[in-house]
Design a protein around this ligand. Structure first.
Ligand SMILES: *Cc1c(COP(=O)(O)O)cnc(C)c1O
Length: 453
């Protein structure tokens, strides 16, 4: 077996296509519905918010989709991303398992979000769009989009969830540096925002609200479109560059993963690393397990309901068939900002329902402990979101040791935490409470949607 702890691909080996798992899913996902008619929505109805090529990808069943040259050339400034064998972590754990991670924090944005930001900005530019509106929670998506838009000559307006806007001024400055305009959400710029502020002047905001605001601005102007950083099929598609590379990198190690792990917000980084390997299960009889890890305070996969729900809080999006906590969900202020979304991507939802993936919820203190342990042994300070994947990877290794076996474990290290050090500070000060949402609370939010069967 290869003893290198850093597994690299050359630029020449970088995959030139994204992988669309719809082509191989035994049960295809149900279509998004028009909320007014409850009929499948037409591509034209989505054209007010998205460029046609992204709509085409959203609805595509084509197995492989070519990555445009303009996107590839920007990918090449930071891809292929490295895979590491976590030898020092293994030693510290005293485990017989072999732990690998794919590191997506090494690009300008510090997370995997750059993979889709570049593609989305490119397709908008190509269709003559001048301005994009979007939301951001913790700020990674806004940062990823800011640079991508500036690169392709587009303006960007970012609605940043108010609690993050207050907690993470560094992210706002970063977005401004990349030439984007950032407003705290809820804002007075939109009818949705004004309505919420009237009722709840101290609203901490939510991703659902920020999405509603960004969409409201986009639909008013033919040269402005809206862009989403997770959840949608085309976003997961763009992230499959991660798993496509990881397949080639695992091949170089001589190992093959028994289990693949990703933290879960809307599902894009988990989809990105998993989908090409799920194809190996479906088509080539591999037996890898796939574990999505969410916070106990936002447990849509483990306690939510599979049903048609809106992607935003005001009900402006089509109805999507997904695991959800209800679009009216307001999350607790836990620090893994990127994991606070109420819904799960449609593709992952269907795969979870059909038993291709597993889901697990974790408390935040255990995850920060795992993140600190990882940082001290591997030298990378992880994003708070990524800590959920790390904690689950440690569980897998410990469980194998208890069983007297070993596992090949691969997890996605979705980003670095350099902009999130204050949450580590709070962890060290013992000031980071655990919070678990009860089934009763979840059911209340779901009843509040008025959409359950
Ligand atoms: C946004 C984000 C996540 C969660 O989003 P997914 O779409 O579920 O991947 C996880 N990790 C990092 C570093 C992020 O920025």
């Amino acid at each position: 077996m290869n003893k290198n702890t850093k597994i690299l691909l050359s630029e020449r080996e970088m995959p030139r296509q994204w992988y669309n798992i719809v082509a191989d899913m035994p049960n295809k996902p149900s279509p998004p519905l028009d909320p007014a008619t409850r009929k499948p929505i037409s591509p034209e109805a989505l054209a007010a918010v998205f460029p046609m090529e992204l709509i085409r990808q959203e609805m595509s069943a084509e197995r492989y989709i070519d990555i445009p040259d303009e996107v590839l050339s920007l990918y090449k400034t930071f891809r292929p991303s490295p895979m590491h064998r976590a030898l020092n972590l293994e030693k510290a754990l005293g485990t017989k398992s072999r732990i690998y991670y794919k590191y997506e924090g090494g690009n300008y944005s510090g997370s995997h979000k750059a993979n889709t930001a570049i593609a989305q900005a490119y397709y908008n530019k190509k269709e003559g769009i001048r301005r994009i509106t979007t939301e951001t929670g913790a700020g990674q998506w806004g940062s990823a989009m800011s640079f991508a838009c500036n690169h392709f000559g587009l303006e960007l307006l970012v609605f940043m969830v108010n609690v993050s806007f207050q907690q993470k001024p560094g992210r706002k400055i970063m977005m401004n540096t990349y030439n984007a305009k950032v407003v705290p959400s809820p804002s007075t710029m939109t009818a949705v925002g004004r309505q919420i502020l009237e009722k709840y002047p101290d609203s901490p905001g939510s991703l659902g609200i920020a999405i509603s605001e960004a969409m409201e601005i986009a639909v008013q102007d033919p040269y402005t479109k809206y862009s989403l950083g997770s959840v949608l099929n085309h976003v997961s598609l763009h992230q499959t560059i991660i798993g496509q590379e990881a397949l080639l990198q695992m091949e170089k190690t001589g190992d093959y993963p028994d289990v693949i792990i990703g933290c879960f917000g809307g599902g894009s980084n988990f989809s990105g690393i998993s989908f090409p390997f799920i194809r190996e299960n479906i088509v080539n009889g591999k037996k890898t397990r796939f574990v999505a890890v969410e916070p106990s305070s936002c447990p849509k996969l483990t306690k939510g309901r599979f049903m048609y729900d809106f992607g935003d809080s005001a009900g402006m999006t089509p109805l999507l068939p997904m695991y959800t906590l209800g679009h009216n969900f307001i999350p607790e202020k836990i620090h893994a900002g990127g994991l606070r979304y109420h819904g799960a991507g449609v593709l992952v939802s269907q795969l979870l329902k059909d038993g291709f993936v597993e889901a697990k919820a974790k408390m935040q203190r255990e995850c920060f402990e795992a993140g600190v342990f990882f940082a001290r042994n591997e030298g990378i300070l992880p994003a708070p979101e990524s800590n959920y994947a790390i904690a689950a990877a440690l569980d897998e290794a410990r469980q194998a040791d208890i069983e007297g076996t070993s596992r090949v474990i691969l997890f996605n290290l979705s980003g670095h935490g350099h902009m999130d050090v204050t949450s580590y500070e709070r962890f060290f000060a013992d000031n980071l409470p655990d919070h678990e949402m009860t089934q009763e609370e979840v059911d209340k939010f779901i009843a509040g949607t008025g959409l359950q069967d």
